[in-house]
Design a protein around this ligand. Structure first.
Ligand code: ASP
Ligand code: MG
Length: 419
């Protein structure tokens, strides 16, 4: 008998009819002979509504109370789900984070799971019940209710699947899987049947927001197979798993991220300690930096000594803090000019096969060049190449790369648009 963890996201829980539909799917899995644990998110829009209420009271609500408030969304959803399963003739019981229990640290609004005690759930499963667990929430060692950060019920589901040694963690959502790129800007985007944890992490952090990143990290760590599926169709979805289970393709997907800004310090002195000074100052302000490029330009006359341009990217949301630091550091390190550019997008190609195939970077750059797209910065990892280009080229670059790497050749009936 297999143990299946199913997670239903906010849109899948959005109305009573949808909850009934989700309940029917859990019952179907149970009837097929599986033990079933269901993790639920709050009904769509509910977490936002709750957080807004607190902000109507005060601009800076207390974090502990915010978690007590936000966790009610999942409490409602889990009880409704249990009721819906019972109404369809099956035994079910709901558990909150502290009942189950999901022990976390005390970092309210972004708590991390430390341990899971699944004994009550095990017992209920042995009694033949479908177990419903409120996602997104836990309890700290002092008994305070905590939440895991926005989108955290994915992480709840994977953590519970790991704790129960489940055979699969099914994530039911409003899209039918992970796509080769964003179908909203590239109509030929194709659903990926299987993808590795590593690739999924690269795609997730690059803006394909199907799964919370932390849940993928956890699935990789504990080897939990994650099956992303649509609540609204019977399509086969995408399996996120170990690379050993996969046929290797060179490029799996094309992602883009508009969330970064570029900073350039022009003509700083090329001597030991300069970049250390720049990035130490940023670290002191807790700014994380993504791409970094340093390029030495030697003055041919030798009169001014060697100079270097330092370019890097940061989250747009950090840019105000970065300006404060960099304007000052720029003067200290003798920068001729400091430039900030928010009008950029990072376009990336991701694929495990890059490890063993040469020429992917050359091909990417050639495709962009053929379309007249200037590359402003480049960074690479073992399985990813990213190029920074002007925002106006987002659609063109994504479509050209998707076509150039021949990612879009699925028949149209395999695709279901997001609802
Ligand atoms: N309800 C929470 C949120 O909206 C958690 C989740 O949906 O995963 O962020
Ligand atoms: Mg979600």
């Amino acid at each position: 008998m297999a143990l299946v963890v199913q997670k239903f996201g906010g849109t899948s829980m959005g109305t009573i009819d949808r909850i009934k539909n989700a309940a029917a799917r859990t019952i179907a899995a149970h009837t097929e002979g599986n033990r079933v644990v269901v993790i639920v998110s709050a009904m769509s829009g509910e977490t936002d509504r709750l957080l807004r209420l607190a902000r109507e009271v005060t601009a800076v609500p207390d974090a502990r109370e915010m978690d007590a408030l936000a966790a009610t969304g999942e409490q409602v959803a889990s009880a409704l789900m249990a009721i819906a399963i019972q109404a369809q003739g099956m035994r079910a019981r709901s558990f909150l984070g502290h009942q189950m229990k999901v022990l976390t640290d005390s970092a309210f609004t972004k708590a991390r799971i430390k341990a899971i005690d699944a004994s009550r759930v095990q017992l209920a499963l042995e009694e033949g019940e479908i177990v419903v667990v409120a996602g997104f929430q836990g309890v700290d060692e002092h008994g305070n209710i905590t939440t895991l950060g926005r989108g955290g019920s994915d992480t709840s589901a994977v953590a519970i699947a790991a704790a129960l040694d489940a055979d699969v963690c099914e994530i039911f959502t409003d899209v039918d899987g992970v796509y080769t790129t964003d179908p909203n800007i590239c109509p030929s985007a194709k659903k990926i049947d299987r993808i590795s944890y590593e690739e999924m992490l690269e795609l997730a952090s690059l803006g394909a927001k199907v799964l919370q990143i932390r849940s993928v990290e956890m699935a990789m760590k504990y080897g939990v197979p994650v099956h992303v599926r649509s609540s609204f169709s019977s399509s086969s979805g995408t399996l996120v798993t170990h690379e050993g289970d996969l046929e290797q393709v060179v490029v799996t997907g094309v992602a883009y991220d508009k969330g970064e800004a570029r900073v350039m310090l022009v003509g700083v002195r090329d001597q030991p300690g300069v970049v250390a000074e720049i990035f130490t100052a940023l670290a002191a302000k807790s700014v994380s930096v993504d791409m970094i490029i340093q390029n030495v330009s030697v003055d041919p006359t030798g009169a001014k000594g060697a100079h270097t341009d330092v370019t890097f990217t940061v989250a747009k949301s950090d840019l105000a803090r970065v300006r404060d630091v960099i304007d000052e550091i720029g003067r200290k390190v003798g920068a001729v000019d400091v430039r900030y550019d928010e009008d950029i997008v990072k376009v990336s190609v991701v694929g495990l096969g890059m490890r063993s195939h040469a020429g992917v970077a050359a091909k990417m750059f050639s495709i962009l060049a053929e379309h007249g797209i200037n590359i402003q910065a480049i960074s690479t990892s073992e399985i990813k190449i990213s190029c920074l280009v002007a925002t106006k080229y987002t659609e063109l670059a994504v479509r050209a790369l998707h076509e150039g790497f021949q990612l879009g050749n699925a028949p149209a009936d395999e695709r279901t648009p997001a609802i």
